[in-house]
Design a binder for this molecule. Structure first.
Ligand code: TRP
Length: 356
């Protein structure tokens, strides 16, 4: 199999399908994902099971098929190439549930209770201290199962996921010590780009990072007009608490270095009209989004393509996961135990036959 022949390091990353992807995803993770496709063997998870940790309600499950499709379509539009990257649906890989249960035996509950990202997710989901579900507490264990089932060594994530990768590494190491070397130890690769601010809309505004749940996002699928309208909500003389300009943050992410430097000078001097500043940054963003939008329309018009990519990728992820699970079950003695049970049973059947 090509996958066994590959000598490239294996990388796994991905997202929870909670809605369409935005500019923050583009500069924070999608660009790096695309850049890694030639140097790494890439797996990209659509982590639908993880959405259940805070959103198990039926209405959210009903929205999953559309959200899953959006996340895949967005990634194909920006250049995630399914001939290089395995894009797969987490709930379509049952071995991950098995592995998650086995790993959950190897970590103290108190260790998980220290994870700060889980506390903030619980707070955001209005799960108070007594209402936090076992599933949310186990979020990093399920994520460890994703990573370890693929035997990934590199896991690009945002800072909010760093502790989860620490836990995946701890679990791999505890497992290997107890039962023998099955897992390579995964490392997080934190996204380099500072997170993009939001626009002035929703709960978030420009003071927090761009986020769908805060309502301050520019989506990859937004029209040119919508992008311009949203960008215009970011005032030229607005400043973050640390004195930096949110408009400049957009310029630094999307304009050339020279153009961003010039904008910075002009903003500091107060010599640029708001209209000109918005136009310059808007054009640069459109330079990225225009081709993405065109590609999105092409892919969306090719009926069944998005589905086919996800099905093919999930079947491949299943094969990889099943092989790992076999090694896990062999190392822990489950498969040998079952084989011995079957053998004793068949010997008994043979003896019974001989007796007749
Ligand atoms: N936790 C990631 C998020 O914040 C999604 C995810 C699930 C993931 N499993 C993963 C990321 C494995 C990297 C590797 O959305």
């Amino acid at each position: 199999m090509a996958e066994q022949a590959s000598t490239r390091p294996r990388l796994l990353t991905g997202d929870r399908p909670t809605g369409p992807l935005h500019l923050g995803h583009l500069v924070g993770s999608l660009d790096a994902r695309i850049a890694a496709q030639d140097s790494h063997e890439c797996f990209v998870i659509v982590a639908d099971l993880h959405t259940l940790t805070t959103r198990p309600q039926k209405k959210y499950l009903d929205a999953l098929p559309a959200n899953v499709r959006d996340v895949v379509l967005d990634q194909l539009s920006v250049g995630v190439d399914p001939t290089k990257t395995t894009l797969y649906l987490q709930s379509g890989v049952p071995a991950v549930y098995d592995l998650s249960v086995l790993l959950s035996m190897l970590i103290p509950k108190a260790r998980l209770e220290q994870v700060t990202s889980l506390k903030s997710m619980a707070a955001a989901a209005q799960q108070g201290a007594d209402a936090m579900t076992l599933g949310l507490l186990g979020y990093p264990v399920l994520q460890a199962a994703d990573i370890l089932m693929a035997r990934a060594t590199l896991v690009p994530v945002g800072r909010d996921n760093e502790e989860h990768i620490d836990i995946a590494r701890e679990l791999a190491s505890v497992f290997n010590d107890l039962y023998g070397e099955v897992f390579p130890l995964p490392q997080a690769k934190l996204s380099r780009t500072s997170t993009l601010p939001g626009v002035n809309a929703g709960l978030g505004g420009t003071g927090t990072k761009m986020s769908k749940s805060l309502g301050n996002a520019i989506y990859l699928a937004d029209s040119e007009q919508t992008v311009a309208d949203k960008l215009r909500t970011v005032d030229v003389d607005e400043r973050h608490a640390d004195g930096t300009s949110p408009l400049l943050a957009f310029a630094q992410a999307f304009c050339t270095t020279d153009a961003a430097d010039e904008l910075e000078r002009d903003l500091t001097a107060g010599t640029l009209s708001a209209g000109a500043a918005h136009d310059a940054v808007g054009k640069a963003i459109e330079g990225r989004l225009g081709p993405i939008r065109a590609r999105r329309a092409e892919i969306a018009a090719d009926t069944g393509l998005v589905e086919e990519v996800l099905v093919d990728g999930t079947i491949r992820a299943r094969e990889v996961a099943n092989r790992t699970l076999q090694d896990v079950r062999a190392a822990m003695g489950f498969d040998p135990m079952w084989a011995a049970l079957v053998e004793a049973t068949s010997k008994r059947a043979q003896a019974r036959k001989r007796a007749h």
